[in-house]
Write a protein that binds this ligand. Structure first.
Ligand code: G16
Ligand code: MG
Length: 217
């Protein structure tokens, strides 16, 4: 039986990829990389900050010291945080708030499992922080999805064994991470693109058979 649901943040509860894209694009321009595009940003989904930076730097042909890389990542994060100031409840993805409320009414524990170090701040801004029992973020982890670390930390914080947890994810790496953690996964996204999850839904606004998902052993 499922006793806890762990939500991925970006792409499941909120969409911040456009803001990440703008911030990386600005940094890329400043350091002389002019062809950083939306396709490159797609590869940054769910990927840690330093690995995302590497995707940007791979578009150029210069090598940098660790110190320079740290400065680039911090500069991008400052641009990103500046844009996060505008974020509010209108950024919550369709069906996300209703799903969290429904699960809480059913007595299910809720957590967030996100690579983002800004996760607590984002949840607060979009009004979802109070609905989450625990948060596992880039502040608690060192390894990126598909490594299961972020979800195992979430289950541990909830005090639940992995098999009692369901992960909701929008990325293939995230679904792999959930499976590697020994958890069930619900993949959200367009039907033409299967994530290989146990259950799939186009988004959280469609009708989902929660009774059967939560009670399956
Ligand atoms: C999110 C985004 C990634 C970003 C990562 C780290 O992952 O999808 O693009 O690189 O967080 O973000 P930050 O720089 O804020 O620490 P997730 O796991 O929420 O989908
Ligand atoms: Mg995601």
């Amino acid at each position: 039986m499922i006793k806890g649901v762990i939500f991925d943040l970006d792409g499941v509860l909120v969409s911040t990829d456009e803001l990440h894209y703008k911030a990386w694009k600005r940094l890329a321009k400043e350091i002389g990389i002019s062809d950083f595009k939306r396709e490159d940003n797609e590869k940054q989904r769910g990927v840690s900050r330093m690995e995302s930076l590497q995707i940007v730097l791979d578009k150029g042909n210069k090598s940098y010291t660790e110190e320079e890389k740290e400065e680039f990542a911090e500069r991008k994060n400052n641009y990103y945080k500046e844009m996060l100031k505008e974020l509010d409840g209108s950024a919550v993805l369709p069906g996300a708030l209703e799903t969290v409320k429904l699960l809480k009414e059913k007595g299910i524990m809720t957590a967030v499992g996100s690579a983002s170090k800004n996760a607590p701040d984002i949840l607060e801004k979009i009004g979802l922080l109070t609905y989450m029992d625990k948060i596992s973020s880039g502040l608690d982890t060192t390894r990126s999805k598909p490594d299961p670390e972020v979800f195992l930390v979430a289950a541990d914080k909830l005090g639940l064994p992995p098999q009692d947890c369901l992960v909701i994810e929008d990325s293939a790496a995230g679904v792999q991470a959930a499976k590697a953690a020994g958890m069930k996964a619900l993949g959200v996204g367009p039907y033409y693109f299967s994530l290989g999850a146990d259950y799939e839904a186009e988004n959280l606004a469609v009708s989902i058979n929660w009774e059967s998902i939560l009670n399956e052993v």
